[in-house]
Design a protein around this ligand. Structure first.
Ligand code: CO
Length: 211
């Protein structure tokens, strides 16, 4: 069957099923969105935010890129975060990595992937920062898994470096930033327990003066 028809017919079936469950479903969503979560995840087709957390459309604002990067000069990512934090007032920001991430494994290798090498530099920087710990792990698979985790930890920190997020923390306890890893092999999300809603533990150079 034609690949495009596959999607369009899937859409028709989904609309039918959804209306059967809740005839007013689309009326509600058309009125606006009030998501409580911002998800920053990998573009990988196996890690769809809503499905793996059993959420319906309308509950998670999503930004995905290769290897769930939070680049502090990435206008696309920053704009998504700004809108989510300042306008949608999301309570939780989740950085979600996944074991077996192709982007992370590519960054760990010495193979050139052309233009993509530029994107992967950020992850190579994470490797470099934790080189002693990572080099001490003999098993390549385990080393990759650890880099996946450390990559998430560093992206959580990069979010905490954003001045408009620190500005929110002056007003209250939100947004809380969390680091999670998804396992492709068992479908489970693991909390890395690096949640933060304060700049206090960051190195002083990253902390902005309060008014
Ligand atoms: Co990935």
């Amino acid at each position: 069957m034609d690949l495009m028809n596959n999607l369009l017919e899937g859409n028709i079936k989904w609309v039918e099923d959804t209306l059967e469950r809740d005839p007013d479903f689309f009326k509600g969503l058309a009125a606006g969105q009030q998501p409580e979560y911002l998800w920053i995840g990998c573009s990988d087709s196996r890690v769809p935010a809503s499905e793996i957390t059993n959420q319906l459309p309308g509950s998670i604002f999503v930004h995905r890129n290769i290897a769930n990067q939070v680049g502090n000069t990435d206008m696309n990512m920053l704009s998504v975060v700004y809108y989510a934090v300042k306008y949608l007032k999301v309570k939780h920001i989740l950085v979600v990595g996944h074991y077996g991430c192709g982007g992370v494994l590519a960054a760990m290798s010495n193979i050139s992937f052309g233009f993509l090498d530029n994107w992967l530099v950020n992850i190579k920087n994470v490797y470099s920062k934790y080189q002693d710990e990572l080099d001490a792990i003999d098993d390549e698979h385990k080393r990759g898994n650890r880099l996946v985790e450390l990559n998430v930890v560093e992206q959580v920190r990069n979010l905490a470096k954003i001045s408009f997020i620190q500005e929110e923390w002056e007003q209250g306890e939100f947004p809380q930033i969390h680091g999670l890893v998804y396992s492709l092999s068992n479908g489970k999300l693991v909390d890395l327990e690096v949640s933060t809603n304060s700049s206090q533990k960051m190195r002083p150079v990253f902390q902005f003066n309060k008014d």
